[in-house]
Structures are given as structure tokens and as C-alpha cells.
Write a protein that binds this ligand. Structure first.
Ligand SMILES: Cc1cc2nc3c(=O)[nH]c(=O)nc-3n(C[C@H](O)[C@H](O)[C@H](O)COP(=O)(O)OP(=O)(O)OC[C@H]3O[C@@H](n4cnc5c(N)ncnc54)[C@H](O)[C@@H]3O)c2cc1C
Length: 582
């Protein structure tokens, strides 16, 4: 049963749990009681995929079984940044008409996690300006004196907004190859996983044929067909996308966000915005980990006031890195937390399509005829509202990488006024990274009294500063090189490199893979994993984790569909746990 708290008890708990000075202000009400508390509003939690997956599954179950609707409270460190709670920002017509503008949204959404301070010296700064002394380092915005640049994941970032990264994601949702699920199948059998992945596809509104009538998509398909006649056995297909053409206007697409996942449940439960989840814990902070978690400590970032959330079940789905910060603050699974981290490598280039491909556009196509009539000065036979190409080459054991040949917002080359964006095609090749225990994040200890929270060990949100220790293995490097060669071969069948977007490894810019996995992996033993097959933290009956951190494998395919699939199983176990308590 949830605990009952008096004002005096709350003050005592806040003091014990966070070392707050006793006079620290409390929110009004100072504690909230609910059935299920979800930290994070990404797709996995509520408002994006993972939180949303948990919330939707629990609410659907209650409705179908005529149960009292469980009271769900969700807290997110970000604000509502769009007209639809948790909606994908790319659904704005502005970005559908000009996809390259969306790169600014992505850049603005990514706050770096760890920035080495070694390169802050500015040789051209006037000598009278303030600058840190020799032995000092900047500690703002992820600047981290402990970060070795060689072991950093420089591109790694957090999106702090209601809806999480699903407010800007590309929506590519392939089903991973069995080779990308070896560890996963030791925890969740293949048959079970296959059906969860299908269910996740439905929840994410995944479709594969929405771009079939795009002229540009068909040009890319033609180019790839020509290429693959040289490589018998290799195949390409449409990217399975969490997206659907709008029924009221086919020129536009509705990209899946947390709102799509929640469906009719969006905006029906309590969402505390700009509220940091600090930790979860017990009435007696010295209590052993093995009993049910009783409370979560959250802070309203607007007022600075703290509040306790008392619940029957707790789900932490704040992304691969912030979830670890909350568990670390809670002294939970400290021995394995953050280890076995993997991140994908990426090679990238952009080509301008061959003129022989452009000339293969059917001049009799009514859309082309209409375009020519309306825009006689346009040298291209492609209507302005023609949708982008969306092709993919799936991972295979012979070519163990995931390939997207498409057009997306985060282009690094300067298409600028010199090239027509309709002729540009992006090639993104995602490589996997071997799983090893030593690849990890670690955090400075934060336990103890308020005064022990020293500057430099917290990030700007007051959570423990994360340091990466990640290197690629020799096998990873060899595979990356083969992937690069494969990309250049295929690119040459499609066109010529856009100046500025020649083939390159992308490991250090925002808007990249954003697919950190393994940090709170699921597994069969508490010795090498944080949670069990149900995503329930080992040894704690009412605490679940959700997100890409659950994935125990080296994957090349985009991970969200798999994380949603795992969350669906987790949500069922939340239901089994709370049903008798409602
Ligand atoms: C440019 C880009 C392209 C991508 N493309 C793809 C793709 O094509 N396919 C794919 O599978 N994936 C893609 N992704 C990744 C995908 O968006 C993530 O896998 C997915 O969003 C993870 O969901 P999540 O709910 O676990 O975490 P997030 O979406 O990160 O949500 C976490 C939530 O937790 C909140 N939070 C963080 N810390 C706290 C705290 N202390 N207290 C309270 N709340 C907190 C955040 O505000 C956020 O709302 C892409 C991401 C980006 C940025």
C-alpha cells in the first residue's frame, strides 16, 4: 500500500533524500498520490514512444476490462513546445514545404551531454577579459573536466521537451535482423519478440508504402535497381516509417509522435512539465533495495520547489542517459548501471542525382504536365510538392549495417542556392559497435548532504554530470571501413557528390545516430544487467525502466521500434502488478 505522509514527515524525507535545508519550500500540494508514476514523456514513457507506450497500454487495459481508470502522473523536465502535446514538430506545414529548415529544430533540441574542457583556451581573446585560471575548467552546459575527448560520444545529446526526441525523429522503424538480437533473444524468446515488434509497429503507426507514388522515390529506386543488377542477392526496400499521408491533403504527412501513440488518451492524465525527476526511493532511505519503491522526489523547475510522488508502480523512461542519472541518484543498480554501452557509427554523403535518372521522368505523367504548365521556367520535371525518396537496404550478415537512402532534414552539406534540393539524395549508413562492459558512462557520486553537491559534478539541471568512456574495437573499425566503401560504391550509381557533403564518418555532430543503447540493459542476471525480461529492475518489484538503454545488443538498425516492443512487455507486467492493488 502507498505510504501516507504528514507535512512533518515530508520535510523529514526531503531532508534525508536530498539533503535539502529544512526550510526549503514545498510545492502545494507537497505530495501527490497516484497509481502509476512515469518519469519522462518520450515515446517510451508517455508523451513519446516509451512513456506513451506504458501509459497507453495501461489505460487501454483498464478500459477493456472495465477497471477504474488508474491514476497516472507523468513528470517531464521539458515544456510543451507545440500546439499538440508531444506532437512531432515536422508535422508543421512550414517544415513539410522546406525540410532543410527542420535541421534548425533538431539542432535546437539537442543539449550536449559531455563536453571536454580541454579546448576552451582562446588564443585570440583580449588579455583583460575573464578566463578560467590554468587549473580551472568550465563546467557549464555539459562542460566536463573529467571527459577525455578520445573516449567521448561527442554527438550524444538529450532532448528536454514534452514528447522527447520523438518530436524530431526521422521515424525509421526497421525490424532488426536476428544478428542484432542475439542477447535480446536470451532474455525474450524470438517468437515473443517477433510478435512484440509487430505490435510496436501498429502502435507507432508504421507504414512502408506511403511514398510509393513519389517521383523522386521512384528515381532512387531505379538507380538502386541499376546498381544491384551488379550485385546479385542484394536487395533494397522502402523504409518502414512511423508516418502516414494525411487523408485530407496527400501532399502532407503525419509523422508519429507521442501523441499518435497515446491516441485518445493524450492530455487525459496529469503531466507535470518542467519538473525534474530527481530520484526514487523509500520512506526510510537506508532501507534495503529489495522492497517496493515508495516515492519519487521531483522538483518544479519554475519555482524550485520539491514534491514527493507516492505511487504503486514507478516507470523511469527518460532516455538512455538521464534514466541512469535518476537511478544513480537513487543508489539503484550502481554496480552495472551505464556499462555495456553501444552507439552506432555513421557514414554519410549527399549526391545530386545523375541527369540520366532525372531524364527518365515520364513527361506524360499528369503531375509533370501540370507542373510544366504552371512553372514553365522550372528546369526540373518534378513538382514542388513531390515527396522525398525513402529507401533502405536492410542489415544482412554479409553487409552488417543499416542503410537509409532518402532525404532528411539534417543535411550537413550546404545545399544552398547552387543545387535544387529536389535533386539531392542523402545516404546514411549506420554501423554497429561491439558490446563490451568497459564501454560505459559514469557519474560523480552525488549521495550525501546538500553541501557535498559540489559545482562541477552536476549538470546544469542539477543532475549528476555524465562522463563517457567509449572506444570502438578493432572489429568495429574494420567493419566501419567496409561500410564506407559500400556507401561510396552505391553512391556512384546514383549521382555525384554534392560539394561539401562528400563521404565522411559522422561521429561528432548533432543530429546523428542518437541511438545510445545498453546503459540499463535487460538480462537474466543482476550481475550484468539492470532489469529483467519485463524491464523490471532486478530485485525491486514495482520499478520499471524503459527506452533504448534496455537493448542488450550491438544494433545497426534504428532502435526505437525494438524499445517500444520491450516496453509493451514491460507495460503488461505493470498491469499484472497493479491490477490486484486497484
Ligand atoms: C535527429 C534524430 C533522429 C532520430 N531518428 C530516429 C529514427 O529514424 N528511428 C529511430 O528508431 N529512432 C530515431 N531517433 C531516436 C528516437 O527519437 C529515440 O530512440 C526515442 O525518442 C527514445 O524514446 P525515449 O522515450 O526512451 O526517450 P526520449 O525521447 O529521449 O524522451 C525522454 C524524455 O525524458 C525527459 N527527461 C529527461 N531527463 C528527465 C528528468 N530528470 N526528469 C524528468 N524528465 C526527464 C525528456 O525531457 C524527454 O521528454 C532519432 C532521434 C533524433 C534526435
Amino acid at each position: 500500500m502507498p505510504i501516507r505522509l504528514t507535512e512533518e514527515k515530508i520535510r523529514q524525507l526531503l531532508k534525508q533524500h536530498q539533503g535539502q535545508p529544512p526550510q526549503h519550500r514545498l510545492s502545494d500540494p507537497s505530495y501527490v498520490e497516484c497509481d502509476v508514476f512515469i518519469a519522462g514523456s518520450g515515446p517510451i514513457g508517455r508523451v513519446f514512444s516509451i512513456s506513451a507506450t506504458y501509459a497507453r497500454t495501461i489505460l487501454d487495459w483498464a478500459e477493456k476490462n472495465n477497471k477504474t481508470t488508474p491514476k497516472i502522473v507523468m513528470a517531464d523536465i521539458g515544456s510543451k513546445d507545440g500546439k499538440i502535446t508531444g506532437g512531432h514538430h515536422k508535422n508543421s506545414i512550414k517544415y513539410q514545404k522546406d525540410i532543410d529548415m527542420f535541421v534548425n529544430v533538431i539542432k535546437g533540441a539537442l543539449q550536449p551531454i559531455s563536453v571536454p574542457t580541454s579546448d576552451v583556451f582562446q588564443s585570440t581573446l583580449g588579455g583583460t577579459a575573464w578566463t578560467p585560471a590554468l587549473e580551472q575548467a568550465l563546467v557549464i552546459q555539459g562542460h566536463n573536466p573529467n571527459q577525455k575527448p578520445q573516449m567521448n560520444l561527442k554527438a550524444s545529446a538529450v532532448t528536454r521537451t514534452v514528447g522527447g526526441m520523438a518530436t524530431h525523429w526521422t521515424c525509421s522503424c526497421p525490424i532488426p535482423n536476428d544478428e542484432e538480437r542475439v542477447e535480446l533473444h536470451k532474455v525474450i524468446p524470438k517468437l515473443n519478440m517477433d510478435s512484440l515488434l509487430n505490435e510496436a509497429g501498429i502502435l507507432l503507426n508504421v507504414h512502408s508504402n506511403e511514398f510509393d507514388d513519389s517521383i523522386r522515390h521512384n528515381l532512387v529506386k531505379k538507380g538502386l535497381t541499376d546498381a544491384f543488377t551488379q550485385f546479385p542477392g542484394r536487395t533494397f526496400q522502402n523504409i518502414p516509417l512511423a508516418a502516414e499521408r494525411r487523408s485530407d491533403n496527400k501532399d502532407y504527412v503525419t509523422w508519429t509522435g507521442a501523441d499518435t501513440i497515446l491516441g485518445k488518451w493524450n492530455d487525459t492524465f496529469d503531466l507535470l512539465t518542467e519538473t525534474r525527476v530527481t530520484r526514487v526511493g523509500w520512506e526510510d532511505p537506508l532501507r534495503e533495495n529489495k522492497s517496493p519503491v515508495q516515492l519519487a522526489l521531483v522538483r518544479d523547475l519554475n519555482t524550485g520547489n520539491d514534491r514527493l510522488i507516492v505511487a504503486k508502480a514507478f516507470i523511469i523512461a527518460c532516455g538512455s542517459v538521464p534514466t541512469c542519472q535518476i537511478l544513480w541518484n537513487s543508489k539503484i543498480s550502481e554496480e552495472v548501471l551505464g556499462q555495456y554501452l553501444t552507439e552506432q557509427s555513421m557514414t554519410f554523403c549527399q549526391v545530386i542525382m545523375k541527369s540520366e535518372l532525372i531524364s527518365s521522368v515520364d513527361p506524360e505523367d499528369p503531375r509533370v504536365v501540370a507542373h510544366r504548365t504552371n512553372h514553365p521556367n522550372d528546369p526540373l520535371p518534378i513538382p514542388f510538392n513531390d515527396l522525398e525518396p525513402q529507401s533502405m537496404i536492410p542489415y544482412t550478415p554479409e553487409f552488417p549495417w543499416h542503410v537509409q537512402i532518402h532525404r532528411d532534414a539534417f543535411s550537413y552539406g550546404d545545399v544552398g542556392p547552387k543545387a535544387d534540393p529536389r535533386t539531392v539524395v542523402d545516404l546514411r549508413f549506420f554501423g554497429k559497435g561491439e558490446v563490451k562492459k568497459e564501454n560505459r558512462i559514469f557519474m560523480a557520486p552525488l549521495h550525501g548532504t546538500f553541501n557535498e553537491w559540489k559545482a562541477g559534478v552536476t549538470d546544469i539541471y542539477g543532475m549528476p554530470q555524465v562522463t563517457f568512456e567509449v572506444t570502438r574495437t578493432e572489429a568495429d573499425k574494420q567493419r566501419d571501413q567496409r561500410m564506407m566503401k559500400d556507401m561510396t560504391t552505391i553512391a556512384n550509381y546514383l549521382g555525384s557528390y554534392l560539394p561539401g557533403s562528400e563521404p565522411q564518418f559522422m561521429a561528432s555532430e548533432p543530429g546523428l545516430a542518437m541511438h545510445v543503447t545498453g546503459t540499463f540493459r535487460i538480462g537474466n542476471s543482476a550481475d550484468n544487467s539492470v532489469a529483467d525480461d519485463q524491464s523490471r529492475v532486478h530485485g525491486i518489484p514495482n520499478l520499471w525502466v524503459g527506452g533504448n538503454g534496455c537493448l542488450p545488443d550491438a544494433t545497426a538498425s534504428n532502435p526505437t521500434r525494438t524499445s517500444v516492443a520491450i516496453a509493451l512487455k514491460g507495460a503488461q507486467s505493470v498491469i499484472d502488478y497493479i491490477a490486484p492493488l486497484l
